[in-house]
Design a protein around this ligand. Structure first.
Ligand code: PMP
Length: 388
């Protein structure tokens, strides 16, 4: 029997074997010609995945929180007004982060499982002059999905820089950065991008770079300062050596490999696959009689799902049963309801058998916990969608 369990948490995810092989190359110098080429290629490929031909990509060793920090620290000066649209845990984190750089932060918090209506956001933007607005494309604590388009439009209308936290969405949910006019789209390597943890990734619009150039005060974070990193990104893209901080050599080579896999599938196909798999999973969950945190299909993410445990079933007993069935899923994250729900990641390399295996594992774990369902009911519902 395979000892290895299937990892179905919302990041890190299951990585493609080619990506893991790329990770295992002998580590080269960060100024070796082959590596410079990998770095330069990765920057160019990021523009395609982000659908931002005019954007400036950054690849920096760190996690998704560093990507949030890069945007926040380079764009905020003390006293600037910032508006945070929160659909869960990571919205709250952005508010805290921006305050560290002296921003006056207003936060518009969506009720649990919902998004903030666009007219509420517009009302707020009318009431005060904001330098920037942040929103989470998919909040990993609630599995709530925001539609980025209206945020891009509002950003242009009110001359506010828009930041999309795409840590749980880039390369899984549809993103068209240039067309939608989003100034920053940021992510981390370990989710739908499909590379082990350790890279902060971000594409900035020329508008955002201009705003950074026009700062009156130095960036309040030495490591994150674009003044240190922009020349490095420009040099690698021109296939020239450069240095500020040692790049994560093996991770960058793995990134190049993964971005090529993503583009080979094609962005439209990839978005479609994520939508179909997520819809099948939600249909199975609902057939098993479980409720989800997102209140409707329109606001439900395609990269992860967050179902509540049913009456009479505790997470403490369900998750170990799921693990026994060979699949690792995640518990809740939102502090107030942490023990009431669980999370299943379905992004990146996820395929039909991963999702059917996950549904089967949940079904049998529910049965073991004494929850009464007809065996196979979730599988039938999922297959109806997958076979369409
Ligand atoms: N934003 C979102 C939406 C996330 O899901 C995460 C990670 N789960 C982060 C930010 C932070 O990323 P990291 O853990 O890589 O710092």
């Amino acid at each position: 029997m395979k000892a290895r369990k299937l990892l179905m948490i919302p990041g890190p995810i299951e990585f493609e074997p080619e990506v893991m092989l790329a990770m295992s190359i002998p580590t080269t110098s960060h100024v070796a010609p082959d590596f410079i080429d990998s770095f330069g290629n990765s920057l160019e490929l990021m523009r395609k995945v982000w659908q931002s031909p005019s954007g400036q990509p950054f690849i920096i060793a760190g996690t998704g929180t560093l990507a949030m920090d890069l945007a926040g620290s380079n764009l905020i000066e003390a006293g600037d007004n910032a508006l945070v649209i929160s659909t869960g845990y990571f919205g709250e984190r952005y508010a805290e982060l921006l305050k560290r750089y002296g921003a006056n932060v207003d936060i518009l918090k969506a009720p649990l499982g919902e998004v903030v209506p666009v007219d509420k956001v517009e009302e707020k933007l009318k009431s005060k002059s904001y330098k920037l607005l942040t929103f989470t494309h998919v909040d990993t604590s609630t599995a709530v999905l925001n539609d980025p388009k209206p945020f891009g439009e509002l950003g242009k209308k009110y001359k506010v820089l828009t930041i999309l936290d795409g840590v749980c969405s880039v390369a899984g949910e549809e993103i068209r950065q240039d067309e939608w006019g989003i100034d920053i789209v940021l992510t981390a390597s370990q989710k739908a991008i499909g590379v082990p943890p350790g890279l902060a990734l971000l594409v900035a619009s020329q508008n955002a770079i201009e705003a950074w150039k026009n700062r009156k005060t130095p960036v309040g974070n030495y490591y994150a300062d674009w003044g240190n990193w922009l020349p490095v990104m420009e040099a690698y893209e021109a296939r020239k050596p450069s240095y500020f901080g040692t790049p994560a050599v093996n991770l960058v080579v793995a990134l190049e490999t993964s971005l090529k896999i993503i583009l080979k599938e094609g962005m439209e196909n990839r978005f479609q696959r994520h939508r179909k798999i997520a819809k099948a999973f939600r249909s199975a969950i609902s057939a098993m009689g479980l409720k989800m945190i997102p209140v409707s299909e329109e606001v439900a993410a395609n990269t992860l799902s967050a179902p509540y445990y049913p009456e009479g079933v505790e997470g403490g007993s369900l998750l170990p049963e799921i693990t026994k069935a060979g699949i690792i899923m995640a518990g809740g994250l939102l502090p107030d309801i942490k023990t009431k729900y669980f999370r299943i990641g379905h992004m990146g390399s996820v395929n039909q058998s991963d999702i059917l295996g996950s549904v089967a594992a949940i079904e049998s774990a529910l049965l073991s916990c004494g929850y009464k369902i007809k065996p196979g009911i979730g599988l039938v519902a999922a297959q109806e969608i997958l076979n369409q």
